[in-house]
Design a binder for this molecule. Structure first.
Ligand SMILES: NC(=O)c1ccc[n+]([C@@H]2O[C@H](COP(=O)([O-])OP(=O)(O)OC[C@H]3O[C@@H](n4cnc5c(N)ncnc54)[C@H](OP(=O)(O)O)[C@@H]3O)[C@@H](O)[C@H]2O)c1
Length: 341
């Protein structure tokens, strides 16, 4: 039995984003962590359960009686809902409902894994409409309007994972010159922020350790905002492998084969008949337009102050991790989908 005096319930703890949060919270002896998963026997859940001070409980995340049970004895919550499973509508509902259930359970501090509210940042121009950003963004708006006295809250607003450079952001060999790697993106000259996930976990830990500063704070995290031509140059400098950036149109982007069917609807755990669901093409067109038009901003001085040891550049990350453009699995959802085929 884990000690429940400083117990953190982590929602989405088996995912790419949740695993480093669980590890950061379980390190040392301040907190113990409860991870809710649909399958306690999965590789991810089994690995987490082997960490001291981590307990895995099985049940559906998006199910009120399960959540009430999981919240028993909990002092803190970290919640990363899965927008790609739920769709925008479900993500708004469950984000707000999780906040409410945490209040009901007398949780001390609620951490919400936010994303940028793209539509609002773009004055509701439909070209920025992105289901998985707008869904979390609306929940961020809701939480930001809650008092900090009833239950402390903090929001950790992130961006694309640096680790995605091995998955959906990975480079491809140039068919005409296989010694050159091509980083394609529909980004123009804009800079894209990327976040190193181990540091993401450390920011979550900082939030629980420092409520005097983090209560009522929305922290926009990133490692570096980088232009894709600079990404290719850094890659060459670190690995010695020739690389170029290819600025592609959205149509070209969806032909890269990153998604089996760009016109399939996103929201794999909900009814595909829901007319509010986005197709991959609709969703990620808004997504890339948001970054291409530089609608978001991070305060790197503040991030240096909060986490002086943070990885500060893509270059540092490549050197630290030995990145060479190799393909690697990042998202659990993708692994699960491949396993089902
Ligand atoms: N990809 C990125 O660069 C990025 C960046 C920032 C934010 N995000 C956001 O992060 C969220 C996804 O989390 P992730 O990146 O950690 O993804 P992931 O690696 O694919 O993990 C998915 C997580 O969702 C949980 N989950 C609970 N109920 C689920 C259901 N019915 N169907 C599918 N999964 C369910 C899974 O838990 P079990 O399988 O153990 O139940 C697992 O912990 C999305 O909302 C996405 O917008 C992604």
């Amino acid at each position: 039995m884990s000690d429940t005096s400083n117990l953190v319930l982590v929602i989405g703890g088996t995912g790419a984003q949740g695993v480093p949060v669980v590890k950061a919270l379980a390190s040392g002896s301040t907190y113990s962590v409860r991870v809710l998963t649909r399958n306690a026997s999965s590789k991810e859940a089994t690995e987490l359960a082997a960490i001291p001070r981590v307990t895995v409980v099985e049940g559906e995340t998006y199910h009120e009686p399960t959540l009430r049970e999981a919240l028993k004895g909990v002092s803190y919550v970290f919640a990363n809902t899965n927008g790609f499973a739920l769709g925008e509508k479900g993500e708004i509902y469950w984000g707000i409902r999780l906040y409410e259930l945490a209040c009901e359970a007398r949780v001390k501090h609620f951490l919400y894994a936010g994303l940028e509210y793209a539509s609002k940042l773009g004055n509701f121009d439909p070209k920025y409409r992105t289901g998985h950003l707008d869904g979390k963004g609306k929940v961020v708006d809701y939480i930001s309007h809650q008092p900090t006295s009833r239950m402390a809250w903090s929001i950790l607003t992130s961006c694309m994972y640096m680790e995605g450079l091995s998955e959906t952001l990975r480079p491809f060999p140039d068919p005409d010159d296989p010694d050159t790697m091509v980083f394609p993106a529909p980004l123009g000259d804009a800079k894209l922020p990327l976040i190193y996930l181990e540091d993401y976990g450390a920011y979550a830990r900082w939030m629980l350790d420092n409520p005097a500063r983090s209560n009522g704070l929305e922290l926009h995290v990133g490692t570096e905002d980088i232009a894709w031509k600079d990404l290719a140059a850094v890659f060459t400098a670190v690995t010695g492998i020739k690389a170029v950036y290819k600025d592609v149109s959205l149509d070209e982007y969806f032909q890269l084969g990153l998604w089996p069917d760009p016109d399939a609807k996103l929201g794999h755990s909900t009814s595909r008949d829901d007319p509010t669901l986005f197709t991959v093409r609709e969703n990620f067109s808004g997504f890339w337009n948001t970054w291409k038009d530089s609608l978001t901003k991070r305060d790197y001085q503040l991030l240096d102050d909060i986490l002086p040891t943070r990885v500060k550049s893509v270059r540092e990350w490549m050197e630290k991790t030995g990145y060479k453009g190799q393909r690697a699995s990042v998202l659990k959802d993708r692994r699960d989908a491949t396993g089902k085929k």
